[in-house]
Design a protein around this ligand. Structure first.
Ligand code: ZN
Length: 201
C-alpha cells in the first residue's frame, strides 16, 4: 500500500487512545479530514491493532473512495463524523468512551460546567476565568441515531468543541488533528478534576 500519513496517523492514534482507555472493547473512533478527503477507522476492530491499510477514505457525501482489502466495515460513527465536518468545518473528530466522560454525565444534568481551571486555556476560545460548558445529550441504542441531537447541540452551543453523551462518552473536534487531540486531552483532564473534587467534599 502507498504510504499515506493520515492512515498512518489514525493507526498510531488508535494505539495511543487505546492505552488511555478511551477506545477499549472496539468502542470509540477517530476521523481526520484533509480537504475533501475524510479518513475513518473501521468498525468493530481492536483499536490498538489497526493497520494503516485498514483505514477507509470517503468524501463528505460518504462515498467510499478507498476501502481496505479485507472485509472490514466502516465505523458506525461515520454519519456523525461527516455531519460534524459539514457543520463546523473541523479538521478531525475523536469519539472517546473514557471513564471520565461517562462519570461526568452522572454528575451533571444538561451541561458539564467548570470555572477557574488553568487547563481551560487548552480549549480554543476559553480563558481560565471563563465558565466552560459542554452540552450533555441523551444516548440512543444505535450510534448513528445520535447524529440529530449532536448537530442540534453544536448549533445551540456555538462555543463548544465537544458534546457529551449520557452514559456513553464524548465527541470532540478541532481545526486540525493536533488541536482535536489537545481538546480531547484537556476536556478529559477537566472532567477528571471535577470528578476528583467531588470525592473530597
Ligand atoms: Zn460510542
Amino acid at each position: 500500500m502507498e504510504y499515506n500519513k493520515y492512515k498512518q496517523l489514525i493507526a498510531e492514534l488508535g494505539k495511543h487512545f487505546y492505552n488511555l482507555g478511551w477506545v477499549s472493547g472496539t468502542g470509540g473512533g477517530i476521523s481526520i479530514k484533509d480537504g475533501n478527503n475524510i479518513y475513518i477507522a473501521p468498525s468493530g476492530v481492536q483499536k490498538d491493532r489497526i493497520n494503516p491499510e485498514d483505514i477507509f477514505l470517503v468524501n463528505l457525501n460518504g462515498d467510499v473512495i478507498e476501502k481496505p482489502l479485507n472485509d472490514l466495515r466502516i465505523s458506525e460513527c461515520t454519519p456523525i463524523f461527516l455531519e460534524i465536518f459539514k457543520t463546523n468545518n473541523s479538521g478531525a473528530v475523536i469519539h472517546s468512551h473514557s471513564v471520565n466522560t461517562v462519570l461526568v454525565t452522572d454528575l451533571f444534568e444538561d451541561y458539564f460546567i467548570c470555572k477557574n481551571l488553568e487547563m481551560q486555556k487548552g480549549i480554543e476560545g476559553y480563558g481560565i476565568f471563563d465558565e466552560l460548558k459542554v452540552p450533555i445529550i441523551e444516548n440512543t441504542s444505535k450510534e448513528y441515531e445520535l447524529v440529530g441531537s449532536i448537530i442540534k447541540a453544536i448549533k445551540d452551543n456555538a462555543k463548544t468543541k465537544a458534546v457529551l453523551v449520557n452514559g456513553h462518552g464524548i465527541y470532540v473536534w478541532g481545526n486540525s488533528w493536533e488541536q482535536t487531540k489537545k481538546h480531547a486531552e484537556c476536556y478529559d483532564y477537566l472532567f477528571k478534576v471535577e470528578i476528583e473534587r467531588r470525592k473530597l467534599l
